[in-house]
Design a protein around this ligand. Sequence first.
Ligand SMILES: C[S@@+](CC[C@H](N)C(=O)[O-])C[C@H]1O[C@@H](n2cnc3c(N)ncnc32)[C@H](O)[C@@H]1O
Length: 292
Amino acid sequence: MDAGKAASVIRERNSETVMSQFQPGELVLLTSQKGKTWLVRAGAGSFSSHLGTVDLRDVVGREEGEFLETTQGAKVFLFRPSLGDYIHKLKRRTQVIYPKDIGAFLVYGDIRPGDVVLESGVGSGALTLALLRAVGPTGRVVSLEIRPEFAELAKKNIEVFFGKSPNNHTLVVGDITASPLALQADRVVLDLPEPWKAVEAVSACLRTGGLLVSLSPQVGQVQLVCQELKRHGYANVTTFELLKRNWKIDPRRARPEDRMIGHTGFITVAKKIACTSEEVPTIRDPEAPVPS
Ligand SMILES: C[S@@+](CC[C@H](N)C(=O)[O-])C[C@H]1O[C@@H](n2cnc3c(N)ncnc32)[C@H](O)[C@@H]1O
């Protein structure tokens, strides 16, 4: 094989060598021409849908974006699942954070390669996947989950996506509201039913200047968490929600789809300041009207 050909089939990702051609056992997102998707593994058995059957051995050796023809003559395209694709397909026993909100965690939480992130709860592991990818091989995600069965499910979901148990992950079965962990984190991310109960313990682990991000579906939960954050020395405590509305676009129409997911959760972001809880200053909302 000449050097040009070798460069086209092997590339580096996160310091790992990745073959561009599908390998036996790899996850493949079969995608119909109308955009319907199925998650399968390359290499063994067959897959049948209303479009007919494909032999999954035929996936091995193909490149992403190529297609197989079903027994009924339909084309199914071959892709590796994106993180967003996988989150929609993973096995879940809890509510998971939607990709639109995960994006906000990563950007507003400023989660970077090399960061140490403390996460709780883990649930089905959707957010954990994105955190692991964002911190990369030089960072670390420490995840606490109180229910062993959810921790086990998340572990499996993570292993399936990455093809192995990632070296940058520590998954602990435990209660985040109990005594603080011996850990200094750059970031804390919370997706808990009672996040305000975790603020004291996680604040002891978060470095000064570090960011905390929390998601809650109910505004009463948000009020309690904001109150606790202000008591424990945080500035810039900001809460928002994100609405994602898909559109139908074709030559005859361009308009929003009839249905959307109207509500997922409120996201709160806060920055840890340098003071003890006794010294916490009264923090004025920068957008509140100035008293005359
Ligand atoms: C909504 S789920 C998290 C979903 C997850 N973020 C995802 O994207 O898949 C909330 C999780 O918090 C866990 N949990 C609740 N209280 C906890 C506590 N005190 N300590 C640790 N985990 C807790 C629950 O068992 C549940 O798995």
